[in-house]
Design a protein around this ligand. Structure first.
Ligand code: GRF
Length: 230
């Protein structure tokens, strides 16, 4: 089985690009659809450049039922198995969450459950981390449910907050980790769905040890998947 992945994005889509690059030529998974709530989203342009169907599904001012219907129709038309949210700033309609239960994954630029929830996206997350005086932040990949940022955590990676950091420098350091961890975790989920046997140890010690050793980014997929609990 080859897993057909849909990516939902509202913004520039650098995480989408990381997924497009990862699955450009993989037998077990491909990006088969990109959806955005914004017609001008850079993510749609990236999809078009990669030859992937790109769809604008407007959300503002429309009844949830219409958005849900359009989304479900689009996912069915492309025979989508798995959804990755990559900077998608809307709540996924409940009927879609229900239909794709356990098959929608999100990446959040902090260590959930801290610094998540409504309104916690983009720059605001990193500003809140700095305001709280945290020494450590990170990236979290998690399943989504009907509430913002509350679904089961799959994998996390820590990122140090350094003296003199601004929200912009911190965001850039976290984003670098996101681009490594998200494709690796989606790959592991897709392989599991495709029926491969992927070794997924339960321990998170690898992440802690590596972080204490001073690594700013996860060194390779093996380390990332070692902390995943899929
Ligand atoms: C990323 O920080 C992601 O964690 C968050 O939104 C941002 C999207 O960035 N959910 P990009 O559009 O992928 O560049």
């Amino acid at each position: 089985m080859s897993v057909r992945l849909a990516v939902f994005a509202s913004g520039g889509g650098s995480n989408l690009q990381a997924l497009l690059d990862r699955f450009a030529d993989t037998p077990h998974a491909k990006v088969a659809l990109v959806v955005s709530d914004r017609s001008g989203a850079g993510a749609l342009a990236r999809a078009e450049s990669a030859g992937v169907p790109a769809l604008h599904i407007p959300v503002s001012g429309r009844p949830d039922t219409d958005v849900a219907r359009d989304t479900i129709d689009a996912l069915a038309a492309e025979r989508i198995d798995l959804i990755a949210l990559a900077g998608y700033l809307r709540l996924v309609p409940a009927p879609v969450v229900e239909k794709f239960h356990g098959r929608i994954v999100n990446i959040h630029p902090a260590l959930l459950p801290a610094f998540g929830g409504p309104g916690m996206y983009g720059r605001r997350v990193h500003e809140a981390v700095l305001e709280a005086g945290c020494c450590v932040t990170g990236a979290t990949v998690h399943y989504i449910d009907e509430r913002y940022d509350e679904g089961r955590i799959i994998a996390q990676w820590p990122v140090p907050v350094l003296p003199g950091d601004s929200a912009a420098t911190l965001a850039a350091r976290v984003l670098e980790v996101e681009h490594r961890i998200y494709p690796a975790v989606i790959d592991a989920v897709a392989r599991a769905m495709a029926g491969d046997r992927v070794a997924v140890p339960e321990s998170r010690l690898t992440a802690t040890e590596t972080f204490q050793a001073g690594d700013a980014v996860p060194p390779d997929d093996q380390h990332i998947i070692a902390i995943a609990r899929i």
